[in-house]
Design a protein around this ligand. Structure first.
Ligand code: 6PG
Length: 253
């Protein structure tokens, strides 16, 4: 099956959030009907907040069989879980504390460890949860049912930044990265690697805001020279969906 890319444009962030929540619920129902559990990878950034809010509403709490959902993250900053920059904390506050999900189904990246330790620990726990024993090449890679991703202003996604060595990682499932982007403080991160992202059954990018318009147009065009990380984050045997708001789509023809 070839990768199937699709793009949907919504009036504003709120409509985008509703659509994204609908996609998550549909993917959950499909995975749970076929096998258990539904393995969902959340993204950081600010765009998913509104979708988390929608998923926390009673309608969705009823639609999704949360005890059969296993939650992971695409990336994390190396900060403790209570830190304001923690992706886990954002999801906990906006989604997890509002839904009936057992604590044992939540598989955060331990940002309080060093990036290398946190990445190795995350890979070890993923291997246990997927019941996989990767060889030295990392094979077999885990296949998440749905990976949610965002688009950074420089074309990064998860914590895969343009020019980063992490883009060349072929064997590890997760790796530590150090990203220097003044005026942001230098902070180490942990990210899923491209082989794991590309192995997903489905990837959905959520992109909102006019500040993303030029980069989104570039990402959705054929790469000129070195592809941007977001252009590489495509499933090799799954579905790819871009959910964007009108402001972010302003540069698309
Ligand atoms: C993070 C994410 C990062 C994010 C994009 C988009 O933790 O910051 O991993 O890849 O998804 O930068 O962020 P926004 O949703 O804030 O635009």
């Amino acid at each position: 099956m070839a990768t199937k890319a699709d793009l949907q444009i919504f009036e504003d962030r709120q409509v985008l959030a509703q659509a994204a929540a609908g996609q998550v619920a549909a993917a959950a129902r499909k995975a749970i009907a076929q096998h258990q559990p539904f393995r969902l990878v959340l993204s950081g950034g600010s765009t998913p907040r509104a979708m988390h809010h929608v998923l926390s509403q009673p309608d969705y709490v009823e639609q999704i069989d949360w005890p059969l959902v296993q939650i992971f993250w695409g990336d994390e900053r190396c900060v403790p879980p209570e830190h304001p920059d923690s992706n886990y904390r954002m999801a906990e506050e906006t989604l997890l504390q509002h839904i009936p999900i057992p604590a044992g189904n939540i598989h955060r990246i331990y940002g309080e460890l060093s990036p290398q330790q946190a990445a190795a620990d995350y890979q070890r726990r993923m291997a246990e949860l997927f019941n996989l024993r990767p060889d030295e090449s990392g094979i077999p890679f885990p296949r998440f049912d749905l990976i949610l991703l965002g688009l950074g202003p420089d074309g990064h996604t998860a914590s895969l930044f343009p020019g980063s060595d992490a883009l060349a990682e072929k064997h590890l499932w997760a790796t530590g990265v150090t990203h220097d982007q003044p005026p942001e403080p230098l902070v180490a991160r942990v990210t899923l690697t491209l082989p794991v992202i590309q192995a997903a059954h489905q990837i959905i990018f959520l992109v909102a805001g006019g500040d993303k318009a030029n980069r989104l147009a570039e990402v959705l065009s054929p790469a000129v020279g070195e592809p941007l990380p977001a252009q590489l984050a495509t499933p090799s045997n799954g579905k790819l969906l871009w959910l964007v708001d009108r402001a972010a789509a302003a540069g698309l023809r």
